[in-house]
Design a protein around this ligand. Structure first.
Ligand code: ADP
Length: 387
């Protein structure tokens, strides 16, 4: 019989945003000792981590010294100093997912090449060193409008992405090494989180469908189950499993897909960590993504991913024009609605469109969950005392 002593285990988490906070909440159920590294001592996880260490995820020394304090190291963000991780690994530290996965994912160019080389469908693309090379390619007709430019490194939440529809929009082109891909005519955007442990056991969470806030270009509503046909759903799950296996990784891999107008599944990008598209699993799936992450990185059996209830998730974004110490309008009115679960991330300052929390609405049907979510959206507002 295996002997597990989670109470003595020091789990290091690089960055303490909301994902780190929810991971720690789950880790505390098994008495795991959590260490968090973040440059901001007021980050969401700082107050609940067993030990908080101030330092930047980009900084070699900060990451290396942090790694020396823990038994196992993971991360809630992909922007981590990989050189420090590689050094720690060479000295025997257990880092899950492995640094090679992070290195690949950090570079959207390498990520796309990996998809192409491993038979994962993705939008056709070319890599470019700088803006000038893209202008040359446009002049020589090697790049056709409309297209999407993505910086290879550093982008997130839509930053580092430029959609160029015609010649009149080329002033939006971004400087730096980037990839250009065809603009997909998107019918749906969905995400599937796959989990895998070191024994190779793999499980997928149910697909979620994303609805965007057009002003902020952030996901505003996530619904589960998605409207995929059973065939496309199986295909998407098979692709997410194939991808996590091809990467030979343990942990979670959130895979974002487009479904184009021809009903084809196209992998947009993936993230080797807990993901915004999995928050709803806390209430609506037998095992939450956070528990699954811990199971996967500790090489424990993966938990059931069966859906308990349909769910609609809303990101709580700062209202436009409000900038300052936060308050939440309509909080108690929303809690009076059955199945409404409010999560606040502990960010003290509200800014326009800043992600301050989320609400998961669970109900017997998606239709009623959506109606309750409409009500929550009309009542619950993130504002500030000053504006
Ligand atoms: P980020 O990593 O910053 O979230 P994404 O690659 O997810 O960037 O792109 C952000 C959004 O831009 C996507 O969710 C999608 O709506 C749109 N987008 C990205 N790539 C394409 C594409 N090839 N065709 C059409 N729209 C795209």
């Amino acid at each position: 019989m295996e002997k597990i002593a989670t109470s003595n285990l020091k789990l290091g988490i690089i960055c303490g945003g909301q994902l780190g906070k929810m991971l720690i909440q789950e880790a505390s159920k098994w008495d795991i000792i959590t260490y968090t590294l973040d440059a901001d001592e007021n980050c969401p996880a700082a107050g609940i981590s067993s030990v908080f260490v101030k330092g930047s995820n980009f900084d070699y020394d900060a990451v290396y010294n942090f790694g020396k304090l823990v038994d196992i190291l993971t991360f809630e963000i992909e922007h981590v100093n990989v050189e420090a991780l590689k050094k720690l690994k060479s000295e025997g530290l257990n880092i899950v997912p492995d640094p090679h996965v992070l290195e690949l994912i950090q570079d959207k160019g390498l990520q796309k090449c990996f998809y192409r080389d491993n038979g994962i469908p993705t939008a056709s693309f070319d890599l470019f060193g700088c803006k000038k090379d893209i202008f040359n390619a446009i002049n020589e007709n090697r790049v056709k409008f409309p297209f999407v430019q993505k910086l290879r490194k550093g982008g997130f939440d839509g930053r580092g992405v430029a959609v160029i529809n015609n010649l009149g929009e080329v002033d939006k082109l971004l400087e730096g090494p980037s990839l250009i891909e065809e603009k997909v005519v998107i019918e749906k955007e969905i995400a599937i989180i796959a989990a895998r442990n070191q024994k190779g056991e793999t499980k997928c969470f149910p697909a979620v469908e994303m609805v965007f806030n057009e002003h902020a270009n952030l996901v505003e509503r996530l619904v589960c189950p998605s409207s995929l046909t059973p065939e496309l759903n199986s295909e998407a799950e098979a692709l997410a499993s194939k991808l996590i296996e091809s990467l030979d990784m343990a942990g979670l891999l959130a895979v974002e897909f487009f479904v184009d107008v021809n009903g084809q599944l196209i992998v947009n990008e993936s993230a080797p960590r807990p993901h915004n598209s999995g928050h709803h699993t806390i209430e609506s799936v037998t095992t939450s993504q956070y528990e699954q992450h811990i199971r996967a990185i500790l090489n424990l059996p993966l938990g059931s991913t069966s859906l308990i209830s349909p769910s609609v998730l809303i990101n709580l974004l700062g209202e436009p024009f409000f900038d300052g110490p936060v308050f939440y309008e309509g909080f108690s009115e929303c809690l009076a609605i059955d199945g409404v679960k409010i999560h606040l991330y502990g960010k003290k300052i509200a800014r326009p469109y800043r992600k301050m929390g989320h609400v998961t609405v669970i109900s017997q049907s998606l239709e009623s969950a959506n109606k309750k979510a409409d009500k929550v959206m009309s009542l619950l507002k993130v504002k500030s005392w000053k504006n």
